[in-house]
Design a protein around this ligand. Sequence first.
Ligand code: GRF
Length: 208
Amino acid sequence: KRLAVFVSGGGSNFKSIHEGCVEGLVHGHVAVLVTNKPDCGGAEYARQNGIPVISFPKTSSVPMGLSSVDLVTALRSFEVDIILLAGFLKLLPVELIRAYPRSILNIHPSLLPAFGGKGYYGMKVHKSVIASGARYSGPTIHFVDEHYDTGRILAQSVVPVLAHDTAEELAARVLHEEHRLYVEVTSALCEERIVWREDGVPLIQSKA
Ligand code: GRF
């Protein structure tokens, strides 16, 4: 399968997915990197590794910087099958979501539905988890719908919140687990190992 990864920041998840593809853990190929921040670490990594970059810095007249029709057309021209959001901080246009049904994933650094939704990103998530007294956190990978962090949950992984954690320490522990989980889940999606329960919940089948 051909992947488009959408990144706004450092891109460590993007890097681990790309490495998973190169090493053959994921039967996929990163066809294009899409970003609203052309200078971000993820875009830099893409350029260094010969991965095409689509960038659309936001302008006042076009909120996404590129019309949604153009974006769908661009992704089609790269023959993209699957879209992975990895630290991408903008809502996707509805036309794009409709063009890729059941094919767009996002990763969020908390156990959704807790600590998700608009405003929960970056260190805010981890600070809120620590302040709540929750003893566990961890990444959630979910399908993307038209809102922040509300699409169907596909996979989660649990990490402990330690008594004296700082937000940075918890973030690092969660991020480490994100890398493992996103590679595993992308592999399942590329191999068509996702089945949909009657009530709409997606399940991952383990390898035969
Ligand atoms: C991750 O914590 C992810 O869960 C969130 O944004 C962060 C991206 O990190 N959506 P990176 O850019 O992949 O290093």
